[in-house]
Design a protein around this ligand. Structure first.
Ligand code: KG4
Ligand code: ZN
Length: 335
């Protein structure tokens, strides 16, 4: 049977990534050139710096992805690319490169939503079955997405202020960590105790929305107050308390959604889905719900990468979804 090979592009933020994916679930190559070191000293992603890095990296990423996959352009069936949401200048680099290759090799061009890409990263662990629910947690988004069937995305709840990853990064800065600090806080959190009992905003509210800015402020105020008094707080306890608060709210609302919606699967995806505390907590909670299967994006594919775009692009490819060469970046693209 003929296999479909997709060359996929991701450049929405600070990773330049190109992958070759077979039938939407086998990775032949997944090159990720990260720029985080260039953004660290600014404490966050600088859009102009990001665009320039993407331009410098994209050609060699394509070459490396093709070489590692050991395929030629003639073997490809389509080109998939993230066209939003994200930084417009960053997105345009991937979109332009994808168009150039699609045009030169007469391949169909598949437009992919970055957030759908995050969800489809879970396809590398298991087939997705519908209806399903996704907890999508990244640096820019925190959403519960109900998917009644393939291609349908309904946001039933989202953050009203900061995204979960954004809160991790801001709190990490106060602890003197470098951007992005989610992983470092996660590791530290496994060594402390929840002694600060930070707020769990909206946890009992009758909706699926989240809020993390109050938690962030409570954390920052606690640290500054101690600084003024000349006291030093236990960093591990701070990290544990912060993480426990984030995980409690995410897990409680997600569980409620899983009970109230008739679903076959819960999917955990996005950069923050790499969080060991969150994965363990949802695993334990979902074990008690034997009607819903819990699947998560593999840890290595939680952060931005093109393999997830290839997985989502394959589904679009089968549906016949195509973009013209006038495809533009859409920085505020929604589902
Ligand atoms: O999905 P992603 O790579 O980029 C966006 O599309 O936003 O997510 C990046 C975010 C960052 O805020 C980073 O701190 C967070 O994911 N992150 C984590 C962990 N690993 C990455 N947050 C908590 N725990 C982790 N282990
Ligand atoms: Zn992302």
């Amino acid at each position: 049977e003929k296999k479909n090979l997709i060359l996929a592009f991701e450049s929405s933020c600070d990773e330049t990534s190109v992958a070759v994916v077979e039938d939407g679930h086998i990775i032949l190559s997944n090159i990720v050139a990260t720029q985080v070191n260039s953004h660290k000293r600014f404490g966050g992603v600088v859009p102009e710096v990001a665009s320039r890095h993407h331009i410098e990296q994209i050609t060699s990423c394509v070459q490396d992805a093709m070489t590692e996959a050991n395929v030629s352009y003639d073997d490809l069936d389509a080109v998939a690319v993230t066209y939003g949401p994200g930084l417009v200048g960053a997105l345009l680099v991937g979109v332009s490169a994808a168009k150039a290759i699609a045009f030169a090799h007469e391949l169909p061009l598949i437009p992919v939503n970055h957030m759908a890409g995050h969800i489809f990263a879970a396809r590398y662990e298991s087939e997705i079955s519908y209806p399903s629910m996704a907890l999508l947690v990244s640096g820019g988004h925190t959403e519960l997405v109900y998917m009644p069937e393939e291609g349908q995305f309904e946001i039933i709840g989202e953050t009203r202020d900061d995204a979960a990853g954004e809160a991790y990064d801001k709190v990490g800065r106060v602890l003197g960590m470098t951007y992005p600090s989610g992983k470092e806080i996660d590791e530290l959190a496994h060594t402390g105790k929840d002694t600060f009992n930070f707020p769990r905003a909206m946890i009992k509210d009758d909706n699926y929305d989240f809020s993390f800015s109050g938690l962030k402020s409570a954390f920052i105020n606690t640290v500054h107050h101690a600084d003024q008094l000349g006291e030093t707080l236990d960093r591990a306890d701070l990290a544990t308390s912060f993480q426990q608060s984030v995980v409690d709210v995410l897990a409680e609302k997600t569980l409620r959604a899983c009970h109230e919606y008739d679903i076959k699967q819960l999917i955990l995806a996005g950069g923050v889905a790499a969080n060991k505390g969150l994965r363990a907590r949802l695993e334990a909670d979902m074990e008690k719900m034997d009607t819903v299967e819990f699947i998560k994006a593999p840890i290595k594919l939680c952060g931005d990468n093109a393999a997830m775009i290839g997985a989502a692009g394959y589904v679009e490819f089968l549906k016949g979804q195509r973009a013209g060469l006038d495809l533009n970046a859409d920085p505020s693209l929604e589902f």
